[in-house]
Design a protein around this ligand. Structure first.
Ligand code: SF4
Ligand code: SF4
Length: 134
């Protein structure tokens, strides 16, 4: 791998393009979650945001997503404890915890499909959230 910027830069030092490339496209953050009020533990459900493309695991409205889903989050380098809202496989969370990326991450494998082939993405595993369906 010619440019392992994620090993050399902190999250806050990355360019916008480097930051965006950390997303492996798993779609896990687009699943509805439940937080235990007492322990603050986060549980992921199998119910996806109604906008998530179940095949590509991408958001078709990424650039304007908050106009569609107001509480859809934007991840920031200084998120602190909020990184715990992300799955343990997520590159943003891993790097915030000073952990390495997995071999199936597209930045390492060089293949955008490796996240699906490794069984990490939510492809074929979700139920549709019809709460806001028109
Ligand atoms: S969980 Fe992380 S890596 Fe996966 S889609 Fe969301 S932001 Fe990207
Ligand atoms: S609006 Fe897009 S990015 Fe936000 S949760 Fe839904 S599918 Fe995911």
């Amino acid at each position: 791998m010619k440019d392992k910027f994620w090993q050399e830069l902190s999250l806050s030092e990355m360019t916008r393009a480097q930051w965006e490339s950390l997303c492996d496209g798993c779609g896990r953050c687009c699943l509805h979650k439940i937080e235990d009020e007492d322990t603050n533990e986060i549980y992921f459900t199998d119910v996806a945001c109604r906008y998530l493309d179940e095949e590509t695991c991408q958001c078709p409205h990424y650039g304007v997503r908050q106009s569609k889903v107001p509480d859809c989050l934007t991840i920031y380098p200084n998120w602190g404890k909020k990184f715990l809202w992300l799955p343990t496989t997520c590159a943003y969370r891993l790097l915030s915890e000073n952990k390495p990326l997995f071999d199936w991450h597209p930045l390492i494998s060089g293949d955008v499909n490796s996240v699906h082939l490794a069984g990490i993405s939510v492809r074929g595993r979700t139920y549709r959230d019809c709460k806001f369906a028109s």
